[in-house]
Design a protein around this ligand. Structure first.
Ligand code: ADP
Length: 495
């Protein structure tokens, strides 16, 4: 028990394992999506800003060129207004500088000292890049700052080789990006928490039906066969619970059968054993010296021992039949010869006990069936007729061909007490005899006909019994007739 617990502990729970895998999967997916989003967003943002700075630079340059044809004073104030407006709108620094770094635009009122110093610092890098450029335009980035610079011959300027500079600091973009990042982390954490919960409920949904099946199976193991394995919402688990329900029903049947068998067998064993003991005592104490009486009493002991042997054989047969009733090995065989073989077993009754067997058997009839099991059928039916026949000790056995129907009919008739009409359908039930309240039968366990019935039903052969009280009974089996040369057939399936 302890090692079982240890083993279970080592195996781990399906529920927790599923949950772990679900969580791992969820975290992996969420992180992957987060990283992909971050890379895509930051790359496209950078691209977007580069495009933006270029387009602002081009549009200011175009306006400067246009303005050259205007009245210088008007051009000057219009360009000032335009540059301030563009800088505000796009969050950029825009200015027109002299080669020395003095600010030409925006006008003095729109610029402070700090900005003036800023542009003075920018000048060096810008003029260098512009000198290197072929078309008078340079776009470059330094640290987190993007710069667009273009030489511009703006007429209103004091010098003709002034230049336009547009700058955008990525610090703003980076701030935006880190805000996005923060937002994504919060969303990610929530997503992971929700994924944990969903994973938990999913793993519960998979493992709960299994737990319930285990609980039901434990009840069944304790002997409660009335349990019902609940069907779950998943195909595989529903199939498992169906299989368990089937197994439970089968175990219940077997269990019932075993209890019934045990009760009946112990009941049946007690009677002959009591008789044997009683008659043995009688021989010892009373009839030991009286030869005639002793013989009588010994005969009772022999009969009762026979009864015991018959009973034990039947019990063994019935368990064997139950275990391999579905295993039918059909083959073609000579039924006539086979029946003669079975009849041989009863010869000792003719020779020793004065029984008469009246036979009417057609030669060379062939059928296709499980030879061994059909042997049990014929033997049981004939021995019943022997056991229950009347005082004339006569048994009629016939095997007649019915060519019109392609059948061979086996009949065995006795002249005994017969069977009441209402009993005819139930004699095929197990232990029918035990249910009889009157007269103890000569021999037998009450299992013989149930064995016959199981075998013939498995073969799908017709069979039956006719009887009239006081006149005797006739049992019959309808075999299919097949040609002798038919090849062997084997049927091991279930019908
Ligand atoms: P048993 O081992 O007691 O013969 P069976 O299953 O072979 O058990 O038969 C069941 C019951 O059917 C018998 O106990 C008997 O009452 C009745 N029976 C069977 N065969 C005959 C027969 N030939 N004549 C009268 N009764 C019979």
């Amino acid at each position: 028990m302890k090692s079982e617990k240890k083993r279970l502990k080592r195996l781990g729970s399906l529920n927790i394992t599923l949950w772990k895998y679900f969580c791992f999967f969820a975290v992996f997916i969420i992180l992957l999506i987060g990283i992909i989003c971050y890379v895509i967003v930051s790359n496209s943002f950078l691209g977007f800003m580069q495009d933006k700075i270029r387009s602002v630079g081009f549009s200011v340059t175009d306006r400067l060129l246009e303005a050259m044809s205007m009245n210088p004073a008007v051009a000057y104030s219009e360009m000032d207004e335009y540059i301030v407006e563009q800088a505000m709108k796009n969050n950029m620094n825009i200015a027109v500088l002299t080669p020395e770094g003095n600010v030409v635009l925006p006008v003095e009122e729109h610029i402070n000292d700090n900005e003036r110093d800023y542009w003075l610092e920018v000048r060096g890098a810008v003029s260098e890049k512009l000198d290197d450029s072929e078309n008078g335009i340079a776009i470059f980035s330094e640290g987190s700052v993007f710069t667009y610079a273009a030489k511009t011959p703006f007429a209103a300027m004091p010098a003709s080789d002034n230049y336009l500079v547009v700058r955008y600091s990525l610090d703003i973009a980076n701030n935006t990006m880190s805000a996005v990042q923060r937002y994504m982390i919060i969303v990610g954490v929530f997503a992971i928490l929700i994924a944990f919960l969903i994973a938990y409920s999913l793993s519960q949904r998979v493992s709960d039906p299994l737990k319930s099946l285990t609980a039901t199976a434990n009840k069944m193991a304790k002997g409660n066969y009335d349990v019902k394995f609940a069907s779950a919402e998943y195909q595989e688990i529903a199939q498992l619970s169906d299989a368990l329900n089937y197994a439970c029903a089968e175990i219940k049947k077997t269990d019932g059968f075993q209890k019934e068998l045990l009760a009946n067998v112990s009941h049946d064993l007690r009677t002959p054993l009591t008789m044997i003991k009683a008659y043995a005592s009688m021989i010892k104490e009373i009839s030991g010296d009286n030869r005639e009486k002793r013989e009588q009493h010994l005969q009772v002991i022999i009969d009762e021992a026979d009864r015991l042997t018959g009973l034990v054989n039947d019990v063994l047969n019935v368990s064997k039949i139950r275990s391999d009733i579905n295993q039918i090995n059909k083959k073609v065989f000579n039924l006539t010869e086979f029946l003669y073989g079975i009849m041989k077993k009863f010869e000792y009754l003719r020779d020793m006990q004065g029984y008469t067997f009246m036979v009417d058997i057609d030669p060379d009839t062939y059928t296709c069936a499980d030879e061994e099991k059909i042997g049990q059928v014929l033997y049981n039916l004939i021995s019943n007729a022997v056991n229950y026949t009347g005082d004339d000790k006569t048994v009629y056995v016939s095997l007649k061909r019915d060519p019109g129907r392609g059948r061979v009919k086996f009949k065995v008739r006795d002249t005994g007490r017969g069977i009441a009409k209402e009993d005819l359908p139930v004699i095929w039930d197990r232990y029918y005899r035990v249910k009889e309240r009157h007269a103890r039968p000569v021999k037998g366990s009450g299992l013989g006909l149930s064995i016959v019935k199981a075998i013939l039903e498995r073969h799908s052969f017709d069979f039956g019994a006719d009887s009239e009280l006081g006149k005797g009974s006739e049992f019959w089996v309808d075999f299919p007739e097949v040609p002798a040369e038919l090849p062997e057939k084997s049927d091991t399936g279930q019908n």
